[in-house]
Design a protein around this ligand. Structure first.
Ligand SMILES: Cc1ncc(COP(=O)(O)O)c(C=O)c1O
Length: 404
């Protein structure tokens, strides 16, 4: 008997993409085209009323009263760091297991990234290791800690809050959230984006809330920081052709804001669907006898299990930007899935401390073993709101066949 009770080979889907944006587009096409036409009719293409409206709406969603629209998530990170006080000569502690921009934005702010390993369960920045780094290595001029809410699950913000308080006498450290993957996520009922001094979101087309090009936004609870970021995103200019400092062209296009405003009312439902899909994956993997949970304390509770799920923090409302497993013989599995036209991706194959661009920091293989191990095991499976249960069933059945 098929334990998964999902499509048999004869009814299996021809392919299962990692992400299919067309299904979403088909559902909202008329509204999106009308929004783009509205901007064209207005002939106002940069910042302006669409961006201001989006800023108010994102503020309401995240619970951070101030939001500043900008050109990309990378730009948002740079703004978030500079507004939080990071300047040339400072250091910023961050995770080694993230997209390159989490760390390159630190370099662009003139600071030095200090890479710290991740928690083995969640793969988010490990606050206990950050604490140890601060106590024993004492990196110079630490100005900020930049946790990434990886795959849509918030890093342990209670621990980071404690840490900032513990060191408050000696160091003034800001928490800057990289929330690029976590729009709508929560920690203890508080929205990602309202948990640190500043936070950066990306609206890159693959993100949970995605533009039709590049766009990003920074949030903060502090109006003064928001004002500073508004100035920085526009060449450090408080008024036209007068420049108080060196900013950049980091402005958001009105067309992107208009598209995002069509999508924003759907984000709660879309994130809910993602959570349901994750629960379906979990259930089908368990009933196929394939999984164990990889916990931070004990490692996997079953080392022999071919598939290990990441740990889910009880305080976190996860939005499953990605559904990621840790797989035995990961690369062979990925090839097997590709032959069946099932999409998958590796986020991330090489930790940041081993990227050639960061060779100047002098870190080497073996320095951050949890990130390095994760890089050889993680595999993101198809995940988007319109995914069907039959497609998930086929993915799990295919993985079961690979390990049979
Ligand atoms: C964790 C993380 N940080 C930063 C970024 C950068 O965002 P963007 O591509 O919009 O510049 C991304 C997305 O690509 C990301 O996943």
């Amino acid at each position: 008997m098929n334990p998964i009770s999902t499509p048999s080979r004869s009814t299996a889907p021809e392919s299962v993409p990692l992400l299919d944006l067309r299904r979403q587009y088909n559902a909202i096409r008329e509204e999106v085209l009308a929004a783009i036409a509205r901007v064209c009719d207005s002939q106002s293409f940069i910042l302006g009323p669409e961006v201001e409206a989006l800023e108010r709406e994102i503020g309401a969603l995240t619970g951070a009263p101030c939001a500043v629209g900008c050109a990309s998530g990378t730009e948002a990170l740079w703004l978030a760091l500079v507004a939080a006080g990071v300047k040339p000569g400072d250091s910023v502690i961050t995770t080694a297991f993230s997209f390159f921009a989490s760390a390159s934005a630190i370099v662009r702010a003139g600071a030095m990234p200090v890479f710290v390993d991740v928690d083995a369960g969640t793969l988010n920045l490990d606050a206990t290791l950050v604490d140890r780094q601060l106590r024993t290595r004492r990196p110079e001029n630490v100005r900020a800690i930049l946790p990434v809410h990886l795959y849509g699950q918030c890093a342990n913000m209670d621990q980071f809050d404690h840490l900032v308080k513990d060191f408050a006498q000696e160091l003034k450290i800001a928490i800057v959230e990289d929330a690029a993957q976590a729009i709508g996520a929560e920690w203890n009922g508080r929205g990602a984006g309202s948990l640190g001094a500043t936070a950066a979101f990306s609206f890159y087309p693959t993100k949970n809330l995605s533009a039709y090009g590049d766009a990003g936004i920074v949030t903060t609870t502090c109006p003064q920081l928001a004002e500073h970021m508004r100035q920085l995103r526009n060449h450090g200019s408080p008024r036209r052709y007068y420049h108080d400092e060196f900013g950049w062209n980091g402005r958001m296009d009105a067309i992107q804001a208009a598209v995002l405003r069509v999508k924003l009312p759907h984000i709660a439902d879309w994130n809910h669907s993602r959570r349901q899909h994750a629960a379906t994956y979990d259930r089908l993997f368990a009933s196929a006898g394939l999984t164990a949970i990889h916990t931070s304390n004990q490692g996997s509770n079953d080392r022999a299990a071919p598939v290990r799920l990441l740990e889910r923090s009880p305080q976190a409302k996860h939005v499953f930007h990605q559904y990621v497993i840790r797989a035995r013989r990961r690369d062979d599995l990925r090839n097997f899935l590709a032959e069946r036209k099932i999409g998958s991706e590796i986020y991330y194959p090489l930790p940041l401390h081993l990227q050639p661009a960061f060779a100047y920091l002098g870190l080497k293989a073996g320095d951050l073993p949890v990130s390095e191990q994760a890089a050889t095991e993680v595999l993101a499976l198809p995940m988007f709101p319109e995914l069907t249960e039959a497609e998930i069933g086929w993915v799990v059945e295919s993985i079961a066949e690979f390990y049979s």
